[in-house]
Design a protein around this ligand. Structure first.
Ligand SMILES: [Zn+2]
Ligand SMILES: [Zn+2]
Length: 195
């Protein structure tokens, strides 16, 4: 399954996300740019074990990234870092190189310039984001990402049991506190309160 056209990806993104929106177009363009910069011809197929993607925001755009890259949370190939930035980093594990792509703030203004006749902002941005060159939409930065073995797809781990709650913990997410093995919740990171 080599790379498809943007139009074909839009259909798939609409199915996956529930609607088509400017965020989908932006996410598709970002992912396409990322895999092209890394020279991956078939990210969701033959190259699927080479790619890990970090996303920095949980918005519409995020749902479009796996459509192109095949990187999914459940495959451990999509990593969420909650930085609140419209950015993603595409890592080629085989070549050990990575590129971080950030959406330019100026892209929305450029969309207004290109399609002043379209009043609806979402429609305006969709039209613009389909045709704007990569350099107008994004800025890129080559980076190094050290992905530890326990974060990689396919990692086989022990599943120690938390000394406090008794729940098993995978992928070395356990923490050692005063000689006790605890899960992160019991170690103080609990985001929920039992009622
Ligand atoms: Zn959306
Ligand atoms: Zn626990």
């Amino acid at each position: 399954m080599p790379l498809k056209s943007l139009e074909e990806y839009e259909k798939l993104a609409k199915q996956a996300h529930g609607h088509l929106c400017a965020g989908q177009i932006l996410g598709l363009r970002m992912a396409l740019y990322g895999v092209r910069l890394l020279a991956l011809d078939d990210p969701a197929g033959t190259d699927r074990k080479r790619l890990v993607t970090f996303v920095e925001i949980d918005r519409c755009m995020t749902d479009a990234i796996p459509v192109v890259t095949g990187c999914r949370l459940g495959k451990r190939a999509l990593k969420f870092r909650d930085f609140g930035k419209v950015a993603a980093t595409f890592c080629d594990l085989r070549e050990g190189r990575a590129v971080r792509i950030l959406a330019r703030e100026s892209a929305r203004g450029r969309a207004r310039e290109l399609f002043p006749e379209i009043a609806n902002r979402n429609q305006q941005q969709m039209c613009a984001y389909r045709q704007m060159p990569d350099g107008e939409l994004f800025e890129i930065q080559w980076v190094r990402v050290d992905v530890p073995p326990e974060d990689l797809p396919g990692y086989r781990s022990e599943r120690p049991v938390c000394a406090q709650c008794g729940e098993p913990v995978s992928f070395r997410r356990e923490v050692l506190r005063e000689g006790r093995t605890l899960c992160r919740a019991c170690a103080g990171e609990r985001y929920y309160t039992p009622v």
